[in-house]
Design a protein around this ligand. Structure first.
Ligand SMILES: O=c1ccn([C@@H]2O[C@H](COP(=O)(O)OP(=O)(O)O[C@H]3OC[C@H](O)[C@H](O)[C@H]3O)[C@@H](O)[C@H]2O)c(=O)[nH]1
Ligand code: MN
Length: 363
């Protein structure tokens, strides 16, 4: 199937990997073809590795299943979740690109109020290559956007902004509600399109959802670990929340920005709220203690990279969160394993040899 003639030159096509966790089907890629086909995909096949999944024709991709993860990481594979969307972290690890866009396999192209199809990836790239304003809120939202600017009273000393590390997109149709909310509002759909991109202020946390998410892998990749979730773990569906809290305190410490808002996509799958409740219920309690923990985290000035911040965070998790549940000791250790795996697979600035990875043979 040829791309429509209207496709514009894909931005940063050699600097972006699209990471997709899947335990279902990749048919959704047909609808994204005009926007995604020029880009390289990293597909993380979760669940039974003996199942053959079909990747739509014409895409350039790497496909990793559980056997590949264990072959590549060896004993370190224990830090990659199994039977949870958190497995997508592995794609962040093996990518060699500057930017990551991660999307779920039940997310489709949305239309803006004018009826125009939204190129979510292009908007994320615009968000990432333009500065953020975490130190002072601009009431006209994104000041770097065409037709907007800083409002009166905005300090000129802050108008340069800071480098953006994360771009958090939103969803029309099925919103990312937790299980209790889904249970009481099973038919609620998000139809509100808010035409805005905002920087999340320094010192403020946010519930990062991985359905429609992009980030600068070189700046914040080591902090984007989705934790230990799913099979064998006491919690699930808090993968992106954990990564978002760790990444936000890391961005705040390093002076990097996090944006939320445009782009929208259309989320189609309403997962089963009863199943979700069983997976996430501990998180509903734990987060009441986790949020104050993250809000009170201070990192030493020697932590000048995401890796160093993350190792420091892992120590604080072990010291302060094990009282909530012994799980956090295991999670703290997994955070260290993750950084070891990251450093092993990614070239350090002094050129230390990189672990070579081989994906499964294309199906
Ligand atoms: O065991 C699994 C379950 C799912 N996946 C893949 O992860 C993606 C999200 O799965 P799903 O659409 O079922 O999750 P939701 O209920 O819509 O909500 C999640 O959205 C993603 C967030 O990270 C968080 O987990 C929830 O908010 C999808 O691509 C599945 O195929 C998997 O790989 N293994
Ligand atoms: Mn979904």
């Amino acid at each position: 199937m040829s791309l429509p003639a209207t496709v514009v030159t894909p931005p940063l096509v050699d600097q972006v990997d699209i990471v997709i966790p899947t335990i279902r089907s990749l048919d959704f890629l047909e609808q994204w073809r005009p926007f995604f086909q020029p880009y390289h995909l990293i597909i993380i096949q979760d669940g039974d590795p003996s199942i053959k999944i079909r990747v739509p024709e014409g895409y350039n991709y790497e496909l990793y299943n559980r056997n590949d993860i264990e072959r590549i990481l060896g004993s370190k594979s224990c830090c990659v979740s199994f039977k949870d969307g958190a497995c997508r972290s592995f794609g962040f690890l093996v990518s060699k690109k500057k930017y990551i866009f991660t999307i779920d396999d039940d997310c489709f192209v949305a239309k803006d109020p004018s009826g125009q199809e939204i190129n979510a990836l292009a908007q994320h790239i615009r968000n990432l290559v333009t500065p953020s304003t975490p130190f002072f809120f601009n009431t006209l939202y994104d000041p770097y956007r065409e037709g907007a600017d800083f409002v009166r009273g905005y300090p000129f000393s802050l108008r340069e902004g800071v480098t953006t590390a994360i771009s958090h997109g939103l969803w029309l149709n099925v919103p990312d509600y937790d299980a209790p909310t889904q249970l009481v509002k099973p038919r609620e759909r998000n139809i509100r399109y808010v035409d805005a991109v905002m920087t999340i202020p320094k010192g403020t946390l946010f519930p990062m959802c991985a359905m429609n998410l992009a980030f600068d892998r070189e700046l914040i990749g080591p902090a984007m670990y989705f934790g230990l979730m799913g099979d064998g773990q006491p919690i699930g569906r808090y993968d992106d929340m954990w990564a978002g809290w760790c990444a936000k305190v890391t961005c705040d410490h390093l002076g990097l920005g996090v944006k939320t808002g445009l782009p929208y996509l259309s989320h189609s799958k309403a997962s089963n709220p009863f199943v979700n409740l069983r997976k996430e219920y501990k998180g509903l309690f734990w987060q009441e203690d986790l949020i104050p923990f993250f809000l009170n985290v201070t990192l030493p000035k020697e932590c000048t990279t995401a890796q160093k911040c993350y190792i420091e965070l892992s120590k604080l998790v072990k010291e302060k969160l094990v009282a909530i549940d012994p799980y956090f000791e295991k999670l703290s250790d997994a955070m260290v394993t993750w950084i070891d795996a990251w450093n092993e697979l990614n070239p350090s600035t002094d050129g230390t040899p990189t672990g070579k990875v081989q994906p499964s043979k294309p199906k």
